[in-house]
Unconditional design. Structure first.
Length: 320
């Protein structure tokens, strides 16, 4: 007898209008890892001498604050959009499939779905993929109630996203309190931080631990910092291209070809190459689009802004 097991899951992704948030998050993670690494090395080598109760208070409270901070990074953007939004009725016109691995059962996979929806808001027609995922396949052609962010109507959420954010906030707030509770109790018995010789100077085991932990923690901190710097540098480069809209030479170019790499996903989007033509010259504009939501097609006309000093540097207004 074959038993079929039905999987149900739902996830929520962080979504923000600030392009520097991702880079800033990596920088913050690098700094936090660096601080934890220095703290562990200082305590293990005796540079920082604290009692076990004091160490417990620091680690416990830090864990609670970090847990709460992580969940708020995901839920606060949803609450901000929900508080400045308007309900509209959209229609599910497609779906984006993502294979998922089921932990604990080798070889067992299931598929999660993100609905592709269309809706009208203030006279403008929109088509986009919802950021949420579910193991339940959406019903193509059915209506769906959406919450539209007024400041950016392309940002949409559903009632399920708001409910899930509330649940996540409550559950992780309770978890954060439980993590911090031992530290809070420890603080009640400390009048100032108690000092104890927690590691003897010259202890080979302590020095070996400090070296290994410093190598691993320092490497991770450096990696996160470099990734964060890379993200911020990339956003600054994009900002420079946006400045061409006021400083560049505007030309209207024809879309010759649109190529979508459907086998590659970058942050849930497919890389797109758009070949443009102007006065016999062709050039390629690169972008990313959610699956099934590419707006451009051959024959469209697009405004392109060229750098007066370097024609190879340009900004194509793709309506992003």
């Amino acid at each position: 007898m074959t038993v079929y097991e039905k999987h149900y899951s739902r996830s929520l992704s962080a979504d923000t209008d600030n392009p520097y948030v991702v880079g800033g998050a990596f920088l913050a993670a690098g700094v936090i890892i660096g601080i934890v690494t220095l703290f562990a090395i200082s305590v293990s080598t005796g540079i920082l001498q604290l009692s076990e109760r004091s160490v417990l208070a620091i680690v416990s409270i830090f864990s609670g604050v970090l847990t709460l901070g992580i969940v708020l990074c995901f839920t606060v953007p949803v609450f901000i959009k929900a508080s400045n939004s308007e309900k509209v009725t959209g229609k599910i016109v497609g779906e984006n499939e993502s294979p998922q691995f089921q932990p604990g059962q080798t070889g067992e996979n299931y598929t999660s779905y993100s609905p592709v929806v269309e809706y009208d808001f203030e006279g403008v027609h929109y088509r986009r993929k919802l950021p949420s995922q579910s193991s339940v396949r959406p019903e193509i052609g059915s209506d769906i109630e959406l919450i539209i962010y007024r400041k950016n109507p392309e940002k949409t959420i559903t009632k399920g996203d708001v409910v899930l954010s509330v649940i996540f906030t409550i559950v992780f707030s309770i978890a954060a309190f439980l993590f911090a509770l031992p530290g809070i109790n420890a603080l009640r018995g400390i009048s100032g931080f108690e000092v104890t010789n927690t590691a003897a100077s010259g202890n080979p085991d302590a020095e070996e631990f400090a070296f290994i932990f410093g190598l691993i923690g320092g490497g991770l901190a450096l990696l996160f910092l470099l990734i964060g710097i890379g993200f911020l540098a990339s956003e600054n480069k994009k900002k420079g291209k946006l400045d061409l809209r006021t400083e560049g030479i505007k030309k209207t170019c024809m879309v010759v070809d649109v190529y979508v790499n459907e086998n590659t996903y970058i942050n849930g989007r497919n890389p797109v190459k758009i070949t443009l033509s102007d006065e016999g010259k062709t050039f390629i504009a690169k972008t990313k689009a959610e699956p099934g939501c590419v707006k451009q097609k051959a024959g469209d006309k697009i405004d392109v802004y060229f750098d007066p000093k370097n024609e190879k540097n340009f900004y194509a207004d793709l309506g992003e």
